[in-house]
Design a binder for this molecule. Structure first.
Ligand code: PDD
Length: 279
């Protein structure tokens, strides 16, 4: 595979990053994952808007302008022949002597991109549905910034696997924040779609925004409010959203079936609507 590192397209074996890179030493970096479907980038503008926001919140310089970042995405998709999959982008504050204080102004940020080929639209998991378990949310308090500080979500994912589940829903003050790398949703018996409002407690998912818009356009009722694991277990349906999962039904929470324990009709419909629009 070809990857992009600081200005150059190189074979992955030849790509290098400094051991002093602040992304490596301090997790001082942010990232975006954009899906490719039929060779085209989905919601690129949304991902760039969130990247700008993450950079601004951390007072980090942009590594390149947006037109350039778009052309790097396109070039990498073309070079690696990606029809369906993801483009991963990471920006860090760059390499500098190890110091908790930020490096001097003018230190060049690092920019890395690579692709992953993955069947995202024809995913068998969507037919089966996912199982999730609840874990306490022990991440830092600024989850609205998409940092590469992903150790706790990784531990939560391993906890889910140890408990024979696909993923974990994190809980804080009795309420679900989100999944390890996705936003969490439920659908009530009366058809109302519920997801947590945007705040510093969760990542503002680009897929989340798209699904809220599509649900509204299709005339479905929705409300943005937090919900508990107990409420989710008693819901008619549940699902997650992310760039890579799109809309993915959740059929079990902490071992208890959600609704009939199979992917629900509205979750399936929302997945279908999302994919149709993305295509
Ligand atoms: N994760 N919440 C968290 C904690 C996430 O890491 C993600 C995305 C989302 C969904 O955001 P979006 O719809 O913009 O993808 C919610 C990416 C896909 C990842 O880490 O691979």
């Amino acid at each position: 595979r070809t990857v992009y590192v600081n200005g150059a397209f190189v074979p992955e074996e030849a790509a290098t990053i400094s051991v002093f890179d602040r992304g490596f030493l301090f997790a001082d970096g942010v990232y975006e994952v954009t899906t490719v479907l039929g060779g085209r980038l989905i919601d690129f503008a949304g991902h760039m808007a969130r990247l700008r926001r993450s950079l601004a919140e951390l007072a980090m310089d942009a590594p390149a302008d947006e037109a350039e970042i778009l052309s790097i995405h396109r070039e990498l998709v073309a070079r690696n022949g990606i029809e369906e999959g993801m483009v991963y982008l990471q920006v860090t504050r760059g390499a500098a002597d190890r110091d908790f204080a930020f490096p001097p102004a003018g230190t060049k940020p690092s920019l890395v991109l690579f692709t992953q080929e993955k069947a995202v639209s024809d995913n068998p998991a969507a037919e089966k549905g996912l199982t999730v378990v609840s874990v306490p949310d022990q991440r830092w308090a600024r989850r609205d910034i998409k940092t590469v500080q992903l150790l706790y979500p990784s531990l939560a994912k391993m906890e889910a696997k140890a408990r024979d589940a696909d993923d974990a829903w994190m809980v804080e003050n009795g309420l679900v924040t989100e999944g390890t790398s996705n936003n969490a949703w439920i659908i009530l018996a009366d058809g109302t779609i519920v997801t947590r409002p945007r705040s510093e407690a969760i990542l503002h998912g680009i897929t989340r925004s798209a699904v809220l818009r599509l649900a509204e356009e299709a005339g479905h009722r929705f409300v943005e409010r937090p919900f508990s694991i107990e409420e989710a277990k008693g819901a008619a349906e549940a699902f997650i959203t992310s760039a890579s999962a799109f809309v993915m039904p959740v059929v079990r929470i902490d071992g208890a079936p959600v609704g009939a324990g199979v992917p629900g009709p509205l979750s399936r419909r929302l997945r279908q609507i999302y994919i149709e629009e993305a295509r």
